[in-house]
Design a protein around this ligand. Sequence first.
Ligand SMILES: NC(=O)c1ccc[n+]([C@@H]2O[C@H](COP(=O)([O-])OP(=O)(O)OC[C@H]3O[C@@H](n4cnc5c(N)ncnc54)[C@H](OP(=O)(O)O)[C@@H]3O)[C@@H](O)[C@H]2O)c1
Length: 247
Amino acid sequence: MERLIGLVTGGTRGIGLGVADYLLQQGALTAVTYHSDDEAAHKAGKQLERCCGASQFLLLKGDSGDPDVVRRQHQEIQKAFGTVNVLVNNAGIMPQRSFEELTPEIWESTIRINLNSAFYWCREVVPGMKTQGFGRIVNIASLAARGGGVVGPHYAASKAGLLGLTRYGARELGPYGITVNAINPAFIQDAGIFAGWSDADKDGLRDKTLVPELGRVADVVRAFAYLLDSPFVTGVALDVNGGAFMI
Ligand SMILES: NC(=O)c1ccc[n+]([C@@H]2O[C@H](COP(=O)([O-])OP(=O)(O)OC[C@H]3O[C@@H](n4cnc5c(N)ncnc54)[C@H](OP(=O)(O)O)[C@@H]3O)[C@@H](O)[C@H]2O)c1
């Protein structure tokens, strides 16, 4: 078995940080990207260092929606660690807009960051995974990819696009021992927009799920751990949303 070398986009907060921490605990050398929040990156670095030591991870700043940045970051990871064989496309933005409020600029930046970035990273790491005959690609989509969600058309379209990328990837890459799957989280109370909500506001979300408690980053990490450890599971989208997709 090859040593795990992971890359998590948007791994300095929320779900991405939970996944990066898990990868490190599994002994993987792990690179983590972020966009601009240096303070969050510094805090994440401290957390990851406590887990496994500073030599086991890299923090890389830059826009995952820019193919030149992605290429440069990939070269840096290859130089430091070797062939990336676990790719987690997690970086995402979710500016809430209705059709009337949505501008072409916001549409384009959402598609660029949430969807194009996943393609750019796949394009970089797939050749190495094919050569190694092993790989795990996990795309963090959303309940919005299935049910539309409440953020807006740009967000739903970006996440539905990720599911298409997942299914195509599974088809092309399966013969090389590379699995490609997605996770559809929703209502993760300690990540993203929900992390800053009051308990009273969070109470308002509880009638959207079948189970009494909202989700946590740890629930998404468990789904990731399962996919990491499952060579016979590919092309699926794992719902981590308390049954919300049934309502
Ligand atoms: N939280 C939920 O309940 C939920 C539900 C459904 C889906 N999701 C999906 O799960 C993923 C993670 O969500 P989260 O709630 O954990 O998010 P979060 O806490 O807001 O963290 C987002 C991360 O992505 C990074 N990022 C943003 N734009 C980027 C860019 N252009 N290039 C590189 N990195 C970028 C951020 O870096 P900076 O801090 O530097 O900006 C940060 O590290 C997203 O794709 C989101 O759509 C979350």
